[in-house]
Design a protein around this ligand. Structure first.
Ligand SMILES: Cc1cc2nc3c(=O)[nH]c(=O)nc-3n(C[C@H](O)[C@H](O)[C@H](O)COP(=O)(O)OP(=O)(O)OC[C@H]3O[C@@H](n4cnc5c(N)ncnc54)[C@H](O)[C@@H]3O)c2cc1C
Length: 279
């Protein structure tokens, strides 16, 4: 049985204090809800010298209406995102994606910051955050920055080291859907997922965003499908046409047949749902 080795535990109360600890520690690891970190600590190849817990930092907590949009602290629990009336109303795809993660106990421990900062391709929330055009407030040695989520997800190496402070969602995307396929009943991690967000007006859908997560590479926006849907009344959308546009968007990615079939089925189901929806 693997044994937990010694490390220094820190619980800073501000982002600056946490950044300072990150700078001064030999091999630090940030700890949010710990659902991933605690699972891997015993097996870590590069064992951490310092564990920096983020739970006491107020700036990383809470869901708020800022007047310009929604702010979601990085330490917000997945269960709070899934049940938040504000997020359900303005960014429903994000609430749906959070509700899909793992199991109820895990959603009561895991945070949105840990989900995104883990940078695993297979996690659920990045596709939904790209679908609502979220921005990320990021604190690093070079100072605080606000980045588009797509730019944040592309950061690599030393640029990817820092503290995720909060997510900002400026636009309202009340229409949202999240489809997800798992590998097997007993392995609930997503194998493929499709996130959709938009506004619906009398003359058609607006600000349409469709994002695919294949769990194999970074999330991909479906630009052909987006332009097919934009400004189109839902009654005019066609299931097969939308699925063909999805195939075009994903063709370069050499996706396996199984995932492609799943996602084409999702696309058809999405069009069907949009046509049936009254509002
Ligand atoms: C059994 C099981 C099932 C799971 N199923 C799913 C699933 O279905 N879908 C899914 O998406 N995920 C799943 N996960 C993965 C994980 O639980 C979630 O992604 C969760 O949201 C991680 O959040 P956390 O707060 O627990 O992160 P932690 O474990 O605390 O941290 C994860 C990583 O992010 C870093 N980090 C955390 N917060 C910050 C921050 N603010 N700034 C910078 N870095 C930070 C940590 O250093 C660490 O590297 C599963 C995990 C387990 C154990």
């Amino acid at each position: 049985m693997a044994i937990l080795k010694d490390f220094q535990y820190h619980a800073p109360e501000s982002v600056d204090e946490a950044l300072d600890l990150l700078r001064r520690s030999g091999k630090p690891v940030l700890l949010a809800g710990g659902t991933f970190v605690l699972n891997t600590l015993k097996k870590a190849v590069a064992y951490p010298t310092d564990v920096i817990a983020l739970r006491k930092i107020k700036a990383l907590q809470g869901i708020a209406d800022t007047g310009e949009g929604i702010s979601i602290g990085a330490m917000t629990l997945l269960s709070d995102i899934a049940s938040s009336p504000l997020i359900r109303e303005r960014a429903s795809v994000l609430a749906r994606a959070a509700a899909c993660v793992a199991t109820t106990p895990l959603r009561h421990m895991g945070t949105i910051g840990g989900n995104v900062a883990s940078r695993f391709f297979w996690v659920d929330l990045p596709a939904a955050l790209v679908a609502v055009g979220a921005k990320v407030e990021w604190a690093a040695g070079s100072g605080k920055k606000v980045l588009d989520i797509e730019k944040f997800l592309a950061l690599k190496g030393p640029d990817a080291k820092g503290i995720l402070v909060r997510f900002l969602i400026a636009e309202k995307h009340p229409v949202g859907e999240y489809f997800r396929h798992t590998q097997a009943m007993e392995v609930d991690l997503p194998l493929a997922a499709l996130a959709f967000a938009a506004r619906k007006q009398a003359d058609g859908l607006k600000d349409v965003r469709l994002v695919v997560n294949t769990a194999l590479s970074p999330v991909v926006r479906l630009k052909s499908v987006e332009s097919l849907f934009e400004n189109t009344k839902t009654s005019r959308l066609k299931e097969k046409e939308a699925a063909a546009a999805l195939r075009r968007d994903l063709e370069g990615g050499k996706l396996d047949d199984y995932r492609l079939q799943c996602l084409c089925g999702d696309m058809e189901a999405l069009v069907e749902r949009l046509k049936r929806a009254k509002t």
